[in-house]
Design a protein. Sequence first.
Length: 319
Amino acid sequence: MRNFFIYIFILFTFLFSQEEIGSGLIEDNLINYLQNNYTTSNTSSYTNARNILYGIIDNNNGYVSCIYTNYSGYLSSGGSSGNNIGELYNQGINCEHLWPQSLGASSGNAKSDMHHLRPCKDNVNSTRSNKPFGEINDYITDTWFWLEYSSTSIPTNNIDEYSESTSNIFEPREDVKGDIARAMFYFYTIYNNVANENFFNEQKEVLYEWHLNDPVNDAEISRTWSIASYQNNIPNPFIIDETLIYRAYFYEEQINEENIGDVTQDGLVNIVDIVLIVNYVINTQTLTDNQIAIADIDQNGTINIIDIVALISIIIGEE
């Protein structure tokens, strides 16, 4: 019994390590909640947004780096001159709309919302254009980008630091994939009235995988709150609560199997099943292959906190 309560404590430590947004809400109800509570009514002009981005948000001691290649430009004033756009333009850096302008971000708040804007090397920005994000087999990559370099040959070193492009897909470097995914889900949710639905749907699955494989870190949290200070104090909620993508966009299709979550295989889904999954996550419990399949609520091949939160949502929904 003592161990049981220890594990329950660990479980709730996991659950409340991040703020839970829209508690108990899923799918359309959650999406509506996010739109009603996380839509900014105040963004800067596009010019001011870029100056803020380069001079403050993405400024590291005067250096501003490309989201895709890590190529950096340097602002001689450190970012305080008001000519940040022109100075970086002369060094080959401009502004990337992670959600392309031609597919919904061409005007108004959607164009200048800094939650989906990033500094970018100009030629890489042009190459990405309005291509969807996705995974590219190394052997069919047309161009590799890193720092100021581009190549048509597979890199022999530091391959994870390269972004890749084909004629119809763009794959960013590994350590920013989760950041990009959360910005994309943000834009589609908040600007759903202008966002191209087909564009979202064709990359939705891979973006979710990137979100899971590249979790939020302190730098990403700090960045979204810095942006929020210029946009009605509204952060990107998908950074603040990592369960939102599952609950908003993947919940329905993951709970169809009759025995999903019934790790004990006793015909009931309850707290005992949650405890078993927590034990497995913290490496104090082994599960059979069949139990692992049942515990993998979002069916992505990995058992983690997302599965625990999803199972709790299932249990609460059944009460």
